[in-house]
Design a protein around this ligand. Structure first.
Ligand SMILES: [Zn+2]
Length: 269
């Protein structure tokens, strides 16, 4: 029976790829910081059940809110890097990627006592086209990456990538989870899929996925903040960002009650 890791990508509502054409990085300073609203909910629910998780910190958020990392670390959680400014890898090149990760490590290493072992790319943007990123992460000293989604999606994914923890380019890769349903790879890793599926479906898919190995779940603080500003997005982006927000806190509580969860690094044996 596989184990389930819980990861949180700590970013705010305006950092998301779906917002990229509406809110540029230069405008972030003028947006309302709301990251604590979702994060406080997550931490309260985890604390109540004594669950520890991995928090992939966006460097920009850690810089703006330096108390977050200290609080997470004192709670026994794992701190990883989510890069600095959330630019998907396919918008840049190996040099800009390396500079972004180094900048995030600069911010985090001043705040964290223990070494940063894990990295999660913005919007799962390590694909066949940006596969060079794994070697850069290895050279920067990361022990693992958790960014590859082995499914077909218009913005990301390596559909034929191994479904479970594996070595790739000299670094551990902890891919997002999916299950085979009638020959199709169905994502079951959290985020928008968790908001979209009824909870009973998620629970069944997770139980099925666990029979085949370890599972990784991801969430974002803004997914638990139903009062966040509504941005006029194109229909598909609007659906992806806002679907299921109002019921998500309740679903998350049920998930925590039903499954034992642990930090991502504890899947590496
Ligand atoms: Zn992100």
């Amino acid at each position: 029976m596989g184990e389930i890791a819980l990861s949180i990508d700590v970013e705010d509502w305006f950092c998301v790829r779906n917002m990229g054409q509406k809110i540029s990085f230069s405008e972030w300073n003028h947006c309302e910081l709301r990251v604590r609203k979702g994060l406080d909910f997550i931490l309260e629910e985890l604390g109540r059940r004594q669950v520890r998780a991995t928090f992939f910190m966006l460097g920009w958020v850690a810089e703006r809110c330096p108390l977050i990392v200290k609080e997470l670390e004192s709670g026994g959680h794992e701190i990883g890097s989510h890069g600095y400014n959330h630019q998907p890898l396919d918008w840049g090149n190996p040099n800009s990627f390396k500079r972004d990760v180094e900048k995030s490590l600069g911010v985090l290493s001043a705040q964290v006592q223990s070494p940063i072992e894990g990295y999660r790319a913005p919007s799962f943007s390590i694909t066949r086209e940006t596969y060079w990123a794994l070697g850069i992460l290895r050279d920067l000293g990361f022990r693992y990456d958790s960014s590859i989604y082995p499914v077909r999606h218009p913005d990301y994914g390596i559909p034929d990538f191994p479904a479970h923890v594996t070595q790739a380019e000299g670094i551990w890769e902890v891919p997002m989870s999916q299950v085979n349903v009638m020959g199709m790879r169905v994502p079951v890793s959290g985020g928008g899929y968790f908001r979209l599926y009824p909870y009973a479906v998620t629970r069944k898919l997770l139980q099925k996925a666990q029979k085949h190995g370890d599972v990784v779940l991801y969430f974002h603080p803004w997914e638990f903040d139903d009062s966040q500003p509504r941005v006029a997005l194109p229909p598909l982006k609007k659906f992806r960002h806002y679907v299921g927000l109002s019921k998500n806190r309740d679903k998350f509580q049920r998930l925590l009650d039903d499954f034992p969860l642990k930090p991502v690094r504890e899947l590496l044996h």
